[in-house]
Design a protein around this ligand. Structure first.
Ligand SMILES: Cc1cc2nc3c(=O)[nH]c(=O)nc-3n(C[C@H](O)[C@H](O)[C@H](O)COP(=O)(O)O)c2cc1C
Length: 394
């Protein structure tokens, strides 16, 4: 099992994570991790904060001469903005007078303030902020190195932003194959605004919508999809509720700030179909072995990966901080006010899609280590190829 925990406040000194359970002997490609971090920082509609931060990971433990050594890997990302916030965020001496008392609807501000008896709501919003996803992305990037060594791939793309969505047919909900996805991913990456939208026209429409929405002081959410390719059959298990792979992926995705619904495969559409149109029939040929013609299940049946692409969609609510703020109440005076405005994004769906990739990577890597053994990469590779041979002959 690979587990991790993160720490750090949005405007504190930095963000940390400890990742435990990575096998020894995994090559750590620092450039690949930092590339992930820069992808998370992209997208049109981000606030000024993203131009201040240039996220780079520092590895503090668990890696020696470029390889993991079996001990916990500690990650650190500096918050460059800390310099301007030290007066408000210093662990021991803060300059009083900047308390946040007007909770923003849609954020943890009010519920968190009551729960932890905090009357300066900065003590809540600093940790609840999605700045935390920077270090979660680093964890995901780190664990994706393990998946990469075993030949698995991960892609994401934005399906829609507000009312603007990619036209039907661009991405049919069935197995589209590695080459197709790589092409899509290249198109999305070549978009200078890093919208992660695999269609140039839709991307331009989304940018215009974000611009217009921002001018009105409003915000947007949207939908994105993660696909994992070359995932072996047999990850996760039907035998216990907390081992089901779909359950684990849904939990990981829902834990991303502002994600309010998760769908595996054709989950939502299938609920309105007949069974005859909802499942993936099984075929056999001497060349392909056992195979499916469709992938409506999104690569998971009974909580177990079935060898098809894993397809997970996430639905993100609009950003909760509005420059034309919503009604709220000052928790000190109990008078009606407009909510606090904290420097903010208009839309963060493209960024969230990269975070989605990262959390899926961490969950899949953990399931891989559980199935194939995780002390050393050598052992893992050997078990993995023996299993692949067994599956072929099943
Ligand atoms: C990558 C990313 C960036 C975000 N940026 C902002 C932001 O700038 N301002 C904001 O108010 N919310 C932002 N959010 C959303 C909030 O973090 C989220 O609405 C809040 O934590 C409450 O979400 P919850 O109800 O899902 O916990 C962002 C979310 C993500 C995933």
């Amino acid at each position: 099992m690979i587990r991790y925990i993160t720490g750090g406040e949005s405007h504190g000194k930095g963000l940390t994570a400890i990742v435990e359970g990575l096998p020894a002997g995994l090559f750590i490609d620092l450039d690949a991790i930092n590339l992930y971090l820069s992808r998370r920082q992209g997208g049109y509609g981000r606030g000024k904060r993203m131009s201040i931060e240039k996220d780079q990971v520092d590895i503090l433990s668990g890696v020696r001469d470029g390889y993991t050594i079996g001990s916990p890997v500690s990650l650190y990302i500096e918050n460059k903005d800390w310099k301007s916030w030290q007066g408000a965020m210093d662990p021991f001496h803060i300059i009083p007078g900047r308390a946040v008392t007007m909770p923003r609807p849609g954020h943890a501000d009010l519920a968190g303030g009551i729960k932890y008896d905090q009357h300066d709501l900065r003590n809540v919003l600093e940790r609840a902020s999605a700045r935390e996803t920077a270090v979660r992305t680093a964890v995901g990037a780190l664990t994706s190195l393990l998946l990469r060594e075993l030949g698995m791939g991960l892609y994401s793309y934005v399906v829609s932003i507000g009312s603007v969505g990619i036209p039907p047919g661009i991405l049919p909900m069935k197995t589209v194959g590695d080459g197709y996805l790589k092409r899509l991913s290249r198109t999305a990456a070549s978009d200078g605004r890093m919208m992660n939208i695999p269609d140039a026209r839709t991307s331009a429409q989304a940018v215009a919508l974000i611009e217009d929405t921002g001018k009105k002081g409003d915000t947007l959410g949207g939908v994105f999809e993660i696909r994992a390719t070359n995932v072996p059959v047999g990850l996760g298990s039907y035998s216990q509720w907390d081992r089901k792979l779909d359950g684990r992926l849904a939990r990981a995705m829902m834990s991303i700030q502002a994600i309010k619904a998760v769908e595996v495969g054709d989950g939502v559409m299938n609920s309105g179909r007949h069974g005859s149109d909802a499942h993936d029939e099984i075929f056999f040929s001497a060349r392909k072995g056992l195979y499916r013609k469709t992938n409506r299940a999104g690569g998971i049946e009974g909580g177990v990966s079935n060898g098809e692409e894993i397809v997970v969609r996430a639905y993100m609510k609009p950003i909760s901080t509005l420059y034309r703020p919503l009604h709220s109440v000052d928790v000190r005076t109990k008078r009606p006010v407009r909510a606090t405005v904290e420097r903010s994004d208009v839309c963060a769906v493209p960024a969230a899609s990269i975070v989605g990739e990262a959390v899926v990577a961490a969950e899949l890597a953990s399931a891989v280590v559980e199935k194939f053994g995780g002390d050393t990469m050598k052992e893992l590779r050997k078990n993995y190829s023996a299993y692949a041979a067994y599956v072929k002959g099943y």
